[in-house]
Design a protein around this ligand. Sequence first.
Ligand SMILES: O=C[C@H](O)[C@H](O)[C@H](O)COP(=O)(O)O
Length: 237
Amino acid sequence: MNMDQLKRQAAARALEEVRDGMQLGLGTGSTAKHFVELLGERVAAGLKVIGVPTSEATRLDATRCGVPLTTLDEIDHLDITVDGADEIDPALNLIKGGGGALLREKIVAAASDRMIVIADDSKWVPTLGKFPLPVEVIPFGLGATRRAIEKAFAECGVSGQMAVRKGKDGHVFVTDGGHWIVDAQLGRIEDPASLAKALSAIPGVVEHGLFIGLASSAVLAGGEGIRVIERRKPKGD
Ligand SMILES: O=C[C@H](O)[C@H](O)[C@H](O)COP(=O)(O)O
């Protein structure tokens, strides 16, 4: 089975959790796209759900697949968000934002009763950090923000090269919120919760890709089948 088939399998397993009448957060990326497509098939067959997309790309996919959409201004909570991840550790802490959608993804995940992370099992890591950590920043005063980020890294015992993300066209990548992303090659993040807190305290940082205590479960598809890992602590701890 190739990687794409594994992603689709994980998405199909998460879809089993969806019930009629649910309000769903719709993630972003190649794995979440499978979920949106499979959900669209169920909607066409009569399932009644409504979704909040975590990016403009997902909004387009969901619309194409016939999934009805709403916003977090119109509804006050979501039952389940299903989203991919770039790395997942055994505590179900995540690095997200490889596709640049981390800000909306985090807002939507935080508004959800449950977040189910779907992935092929290459995303499962003992320690976060090999995948470059995306930090969404305001372009104004970026030099000062970068220095503050470096200081936060040092205080949390990590270091590494930082680079402003570029798009495929070679220009600076601009998020759906109009911000930039700095990717930091940290290698190992021993204490992701402390780093998350330190980054969140920096004025020029809009959001970062560390998702701490947000995922309720992870569905990992691999060569030997599907593994579902449940988070032991309640959401938010
Ligand atoms: O910004 C993008 C998201 O956080 C994605 O969920 C993440 O990058 C995983 O994407 P994929 O399923 O394509 O590996």
